[in-house]
Ligand binder design. Structure first.
Ligand SMILES: N[C@@H](CCC(=O)N[C@@H](CS)C(=O)NCC(=O)O)C(=O)O
Length: 202
């Protein structure tokens, strides 16, 4: 049985979304997004930084959301949600899959820290403005790539679970400009997927 260690409003939602899209059975260990749970000895024993998501699969324990997605696709599907390595779509798939944590999430992290996590007297407007500019620059190529397509590589893939979730979070933070029309339409498409709805409400 797959067990997902989860907290709401976090990247752990990506894994629920994936498991739901694939129709796999899993158990959810639902924690609060709060140091009392995430920084507990019990959870630090699962993840050295006390973060989510963490997946247990029998004797296997794995953390880092992209790695978990790849692990599930490799061990629990017959090649679903991912083009074959010899497909012309494969390089784009890899690029957008990794662009998520590589380019989009770093400024999202800073924005969350500077607006939600730090008390007002410790927030730094310069750091926030810089992260907003970087996020906007990082999202522009995504908006461009989505022109004329439903999803990042055409058909829905695990790259959408990674980067689509990051686009959803960026939009929720109010960081997607109204000129990014293709990106906004993409987020709307994602939001109505039943598996995404289950993940967001988990
Ligand atoms: N790159 C990691 C990031 C993990 C991460 O930072 N998770 C956040 C939730 S989105 C977390 O657990 N934060 C709790 C904390 O920083 O204390 C991944 O993709 O799994």
């Amino acid at each position: 049985m797959l067990t997902l260690h989860f907290a709401p409003n976090s990247r752990a939602g990506r894994i629920v979304w994936l498991l739901e899209e694939l129709g796999l059975e899993y158990e959810l260990n639902r924690m609060d997004f709060h140091p009392k749970d995430l920084k507990s000895d019990e959870h630090r024993a699962r993840h050295p930084l006390g973060r989510v998501p963490v997946l247990d699969d029998g004797d296997v324990r794995i953390w880092e959301s992209g790695a978990i997605v790849e692990y599930i696709l490799a061990r629990h599907t017959d090649g679903a949600l991912k083009p074959n390595p010899d497909s012309p779509l494969f390089p784009q798939y890899l690029q957008w899959f990794h662009y998520c944590e590589g380019m989009v999430m770093p400024p999202v992290n800073t924005i969350v820290v500077q607006t939600v996590l730090l008390p007002p007297d410790r927030q730094n407007k310069e750091a926030l403005d810089q992260a907003m500019r970087l996020l906007s620059r990082s999202l522009a190529p995504v908006n461009e790539a989505l022109g004329g397509k439903d999803y990042l590589i055409g058909d829905f893939s695990a790259a959408d679970i990674m980067l689509g979730h990051a686009c959803f979070m960026s939009n929720r933070l109010g960081c997607v400009g109204e000129e990014m029309t293709d990106l906004l339409a993409y987020v709307k498409k994602i939001e109505v997927r039943p598996a995404f709805q289950t993940a967001i409400n988990a």
